[in-house]
Design a protein around this ligand. Structure first.
Ligand code: XMP
Length: 333
């Protein structure tokens, strides 16, 4: 609409004024905030923006390709995809403890991003390289870090973010979404031409499937989980609630599949199976601080479990997580 059009024009002018003829780098994650920030900044300064997309191998099915198709393919933005799956999986081998896993993933992410930033600088010898780091910080993030002092002393989960990165890289910050709430960011994304599916996606944690595979992360587990989760998400999108006309994907705040590295016995044809278990998690919440498990229709659960067990060889049992937050958290790690 015209209001959003005006907003975009203003934001574009502001970014141009702030950046001048300098260069900007941005860490693209595939999440809503960094995607919208990238699309907006690209609208403003085109090729003065370079996006770095670190693929840690813990993304959802086809997610990496979809991000590249959108930003490099459709928007013609400069995007460097760093395939760091082997690096991440290598460092995660043998690590079971959730906080240890989070620290490894967060630390590697920063290392890889920094290495890419200095490579870019070296490649453009003569130019001073990027002088700005762009981030998709939104208003609630600003509030949260401002209120950090009042935060509970107990860290439940160390959140993966790139805090401190601008100082380490000696870059100025560019945060064009700082004044916006999540729904405004989404509207802006649609107005900038991003697909609704990308903009209205459920949140996905920075450590990705790393915190949805319990205990040690292995490629084999990640591959099974990706396929099971894709089925769950597809069916949530397909299942329309008659009363509201909305899909169950839209009726839930976050839904995903968790890989449990335990095996259980099953029967298939006239043979015995001894395969892995997954848990489906779907919650409804307004602030993610508390959450209720979603009362998904039995028919939907039946369809999803049937498809996962039949289509994903290696998984023979599907469970549904009926825990509220608190005392359970939304993610399992
Ligand atoms: P929990 O599991 O603490 O999750 O109830 C609350 C919300 O935060 C998301 N989450 C994260 N998001 N980096 C993020 O960007 C992280 O490290 C992270 N850990 C959890 C989680 O998906 C849920 O939406």
């Amino acid at each position: 609409d015209w209001i959003m059009g005006d907003y975009i024009e203003e934001a574009v002018a502001k970014i141009r004024e702030q950046v001048g003829d300098e260069e900007v780098i941005l860490g693209l994650s595939g999440g809503v905030d960094s995607s919208v920030a990238a699309a907006l900044i690209h609208r403003a300064i085109g090729d003065q923006l370079t996006c770095v997309f670190v693929d840690h191998g813990l993304l959802r099915l086809n997610e990496g390709d979809a991000v590249m198709e959108m930003f490099a393919g459709k928007l013609h933005a400069k995007v460097i995809r760093v395939d760091a799956a082997d690096l991440f999986l290598g460092k995660l081998a043998g690590v079971n403890e959730p906080e240890a896993k989070r620290k490894i993933i967060g630390g590697l992410f920063v290392d890889v991003f920094k290495a890419e930033a200095s490579k870019l600088k070296a490649a453009n010898a003569g130019s001073k390289g990027a002088t700005f780091l762009a981030q998709g910080t939104i208003y609630p993030d600003v509030i949260e870090s401002g209120g950090a002092k009042s935060k509970k002393a107990v860290v439940i989960k160390s959140h993966h973010n790139v805090g401190g990165l601008p100082e380490q890289l000696g870059l100025k910050l560019l945060e064009p979404l700082r004044d916006l709430f999540k729904d405004e960011v989404r509207e802006l994304g649609v107005a900038l031409g991003l697909p609704r599916g990308m903009v209205y996606r459920h949140p996905f944690p920075g450590p990705g499937l790393g915190v949805r595979i319990l205990g040690e992360v292995k490629k084999e587990y990640a591959d099974l989980l990706r396929r099971a989760d894709a089925i769950f998400i597809e069916e949530l999108n397909n299942w329309i609630d008659e009363a509201t006309g909305k899909s169950w994907y839209d009726l839930t705040s976050q839904a995903f599949t968790v890989f449990l590295p335990v095996k259980s016995v099953g029967v298939m044809g006239d043979g015995r199976t001894y395969d892995y278990v997954v848990a489906l998690r779907a919650v409804q919440t307004s602030d993610f601080m508390t959450a209720d498990w979603a009362e998904l229709p039995y028919g939907l659960l039946k369809k999803v479990s049937g498809r996962i067990i039949n289509e994903v060889r290696g998984i023979n049992r599907v469970t549904y997580d009926v825990s509220t937050k608190p005392p359970a958290t939304i993610e399992w790690e």
